[in-house]
Design a protein around this ligand. Structure first.
Ligand code: GLP
Length: 242
């Protein structure tokens, strides 16, 4: 079941999403977190809530969706660093409660398998998701089998292009592979919260909500989940017909 909320702009997307997150910000909960610009407004509200209301993350676990292959955690564009710069450094979460897949190692497949095992041991209560302009969730690109767990995947040309802006000014090549929770890992979460804003997401939003459930549009798998909330701004919702 997908509950769709359409609001005016990205600020309201973050406010509505935070309302959905808030009941999960308590001891014992497991949060599935995402990178990209879409969740940033939510993270700002989580930091504000921590500061103003003393909401504590001491007994909360987090699992991030993905990480680029080849980037050390110290790299400015690593998702590990992104999460620290935009959330973890401003709340009281202990480092050992934080989980981000590693894109560095001798045997990435074994690392992905171990990550999936941790997810099974600590089932995610709420998984936050953004949406790629090609319909990807996490780094599950079109064509990723729905039954895949955490794995190493190739990024599509369009995703590499979307990400180039982050690496160009560093004079570096954009990563072409990522370790990511798979569609099957994401579907194990008890609740899913997806946020998207802006006209460049409209096509993917339409595919996700109104298209057939197909591996060509990874996000369409969410139609099969029992408890999904999708929060969109007017532009991202502009191609919806229903
Ligand atoms: C990357 C991330 C996704 C994210 C997507 C959209 O590909 N791996 O998890 O949803 O970008 O990013 P943005 O929110 O910046 O539009």
């Amino acid at each position: 079941m997908i509950d769709i909320k359409i609001v005016k702009d990205k600020k309201e997307v973050a406010e509505e999403a935070f309302k959905v997150m808030k009941p999960y910000l308590q001891p014992g909960k497991v949060l599935g977190l995402a990178t990209g610009s879409s969740p940033l407004g939510i993270y700002e509200l989580m930091i504000k809530d921590h500061k103003e209301n003393g909401t504590s993350y001491k007994d909360i676990l987090t699992f991030n969706l993905d990480e680029y292959v080849g980037l050390p955690i110290t790299h400015r564009e690593s998702y590990y660093r992104f999460m620290h710069d935009n959330l973890f450094n401003y709340i009281d979460i202990p480092e050992e409660n934080i989980h981000v897949p590693s894109g560095i190692g001798e045997d990435l497949d074994a690392q992905c398998e171990a990550y999936e095992k941790m997810l099974d041991e600590h089932p995610v209560d709420i998984q936050l998701l953004g949406l790629g302009s090609d319909g990807h969730i996490g780094f599950n690109e079109p064509g990723t089998p729905f039954d895949q767990g955490t794995h190493v995947g190739d990024l599509t040309e369009s995703t590499i292009r979307d990400n180039q802006r982050f690496f160009n000014d560093l004079g570096e090549t954009t990563p072409t592979r990522a370790c990511t929770m798979g569609p099957a890992s994401i579907m194990k979460s008890k609740k899913i919260l997806l946020v998207a804003y802006g006209a460049n997401k409209a096509e993917a939003v339409k595919g996700m909500l109104e298209g057939p459930v197909t591996e060509d549009c990874p996000a369409s798998i969410l139609q099969r989940h029992a408890d999904v909330t999708v929060i969109l701004d007017e532009e991202a919702a502009s191609l919806l017909t229903k």
